[in-house]
Write a protein that binds this ligand. Sequence first.
Ligand code: HEM
Ligand code: HEM
Length: 219
Amino acid sequence: MSQGIRVWDWPVRLTHWGLVVCIAGLYATGEYGWLTMDWHFRFGYAALTIVLFRIVWGFVGSEHARFADFVRGPRAVIEYIRSLTAPAKSPSTGHSALGGIAVLALLGLTLVQAGTGLFSNDQVSAFGPLSERVSMSLSDDMTDWHELGQQLLLILIGIHVIAVLAYLFFKRENLIAPMFHGRKSVPGRDAQWRSNVLALVLFGLCAGGVWGITAFGPP
Ligand code: HEM
Ligand code: HEM
């Protein structure tokens, strides 16, 4: 049993690693021809559901899951960057001011990427469920955005992972383990928790919404 105060609830941890699996599957199927494009769509719907849920959870979830807990103004971000080299600085309980920006960027870009995917087409056999609901030229534009977006997302994920590893090796702060067991050995108290049942209900609603989109599929 790991020591420390509880920081990340189950929904945050499950959505994080679930998103990692889905995005790995999306690149493997979209870029490297693993399995079929049907699986690209399935991973895409799962990623979209996870991101939608995580956004909702950012408003009603546990203490450190909430946007209000970690989205700060530019001054706080600059102060945090300045304090990074201070040896006595104690680790953040939830996301740091800088980490908050990364969270917004990762969730936002994944949402846009999944959104453009719905309208994309490969002009052969893979047609996003909404691609034939719009004009061919709009669908082609969305496909261009989808191709650009996947490159930007890959860069952002690269920066994210490098940042997490930099904390580990240069600041000797392991952020990865808490993303698995949910606890951190820092001074402070346990975060206020929200019900996992509420999370399940909200996740179900997000999944239902995404299923509703797929039901709009090619006419
Ligand atoms: C975060 C979510 C997603 C990521 C990271 C992603 C990533 C990718 C990648 C890497 C490719 C290959 C692009 C290329 O050839 O340069 C691709 C193509 C494609 N994706 Fe996605 N995708 C996502 C979500 C979706 C969703 C939700 C759908 C539809 C339901 C979708 C539909 C398509 C289609 C139709 C193509 C073929 C477009 C083409 O040939 O250029 N994607 N995607
Ligand atoms: C597909 C790749 C990835 C995506 C899209 C992604 C996305 C995210 C997001 C959205 C968060 C915020 C968590 C939340 O509040 O819900 C986060 C946090 C985090 N991620 Fe990732 N992540 C990816 C890969 C990884 C990998 C491979 C690692 C491990 C090396 C990792 C380690 C972490 C850690 C430690 C945090 C917490 C940072 C903190 O303490 O502020 N991530 N990630």
